[in-house]
Design a protein around this ligand. Structure first.
Ligand code: PBG
Length: 344
């Protein structure tokens, strides 16, 4: 045996200590690995972001997000039905707004008959059991691609909040279940909560994009909603500096104080430390957004044969659970839900 070998002969290497603790024992077979597994991903953890576009019977691919399409309202209804069949609890809607409808102040955002409102109504009617989340931010509707009102080179905070409140109200009126402010203006959660309550929407939840970073990983999303080409400058005066963590805790604390029911960290994978810290600090329902660029990276590498896309998808999603996320907004929602259903 090993020890006898080590003891024999003067030139033999010193005896190697035999490990008493062997963590590999618990990993020796699939059944024991299953037994000791600490975190699980289920379909209940998924929120599926969908892009909507005007027209009928439309499915327009997003070049930088292989497998993701912009859907006309009728097609979005079909996908919402698929979400219901798969057991995905909620979807999140994002509009590609006709450039002719975009202006300086994002007027279309608070048009009660805009694309998102039409999609909310149609989906609520067809599949009332699926939760609908709508983003509050002006960027799909502004000619300059910013989330608020641009004056010179400044995004005006309070003026923007006044418009965001109107946007939230038309979405709630259309039947939206969760309002998700993604604009990063100060004070918007309180303003939206007050307005919702005042209009009789006490039960409409707020999922605050509480810690949202100025990230390069949003690139493909901006292709999908058509703001990449038009965005003037960047969003660093309102979205957070990727170098900061304490500040994220202050952002989250503020949104909770103002009435957020759920908090979100965005992007996802590069910010898992923020997810963990947020969950430990606040104990709130905590969500992470695996954003467009994260999806695109995995898909691009998989398409090149540089990694196993299926395994990378599963691994990335369980990482969110390990970090403490209660749920994940992910473009993989239907694919992982189908895989989880097959595994049962
Ligand atoms: C809009 C918004 C963005 C995303 C969600 N809501 C883009 C941005 O802030 O520029 C990004 C989502 C993704 O990349 O998947 N405020």
């Amino acid at each position: 045996d090993e020890r006898k070998c080590a003891d024999s002969g003067a030139s033999a290497p010193p005896a190697q200590p035999v490990p008493v603790r062997r963590l590999r024992r618990n990993r020796k077979a699939a059944w024991t690995r299953r037994l000791v597994q600490e975190n699980v991903l289920t379909t209940n953890d998924l929120i599926w972001p969908l892009f909507v576009i005007a027209g009928e019977g439309q499915r327009v691919p997003v070049a930088s997000m292989p497998g993701v399409e912009r859907l006309s309202v009728d097609m979005a209804v079909r996908e919402a039905e698929r979400a219901a069949t798969l057991g995905i609890p909620a979807i999140a809607l994002f509009p590609y707004t006709d450039p002719a409808l975009r202006d300086e102040r994002g007027t279309e955002a608070y048009n009660p008959d805009n694309l998102v409102c039409r999609a909310i109504r149609a989906i609520k009617q067809a599949v009332p059991e699926v939760g609908i989340i709508a983003d509050v931010a002006l960027d799909p509707y502004t000619s300059h691609g910013h989330d608020g009102v641009l004056a010179g080179e400044t995004i005006l905070n309070d003026e923007s909040v006044a418009l965001l409140v109107r946007q939230a109200l038309v979405q709630a009126e259309a039947g939206c279940d969760i309002i998700a402010p993604s604009d990063m203006m100060d004070g918007r959660v309180a303003a939206i909560r007050t307005a919702l309550d005042g209009a009789g929407f006490q039960d409409v939840q707020i999922m605050a994009y509480a810690a949202k970073y100025a990230s390069a990983f949003y690139g493909p999303f901006r292709d999908a909603i058509g703001t990449n080409a038009t965005l003037v400058g960047d969003k660093r005066t309102y979205q957070m500096d990727p170098a900061n963590s304490d500040e994220a805790m202050r952002e989250i604390a503020m949104d909770i104080e103002e009435g957020a029911d759920m908090i979100m960290v965005k992007p996802g994978l590069p910010y898992l430390d923020i997810v963990r810290r947020a969950k430990d600090t606040f104990g709130m329902p905590t969500f992470a957004y695996q954003v467009s660029g994260e999806y695109a990276m995995i898909e691009a590498a998989a398409a090149n044969g540089w990694l196993d896309g299926e395994r990378a998808m599963v691994e990335s999603l369980i990482a969110f659970k390990r970090a403490g996320a209660d749920g994940i907004l992910t473009y993989y929602a239907p694919r992982i839900a189908e895989k989880l259903a097959r595994a049962l």
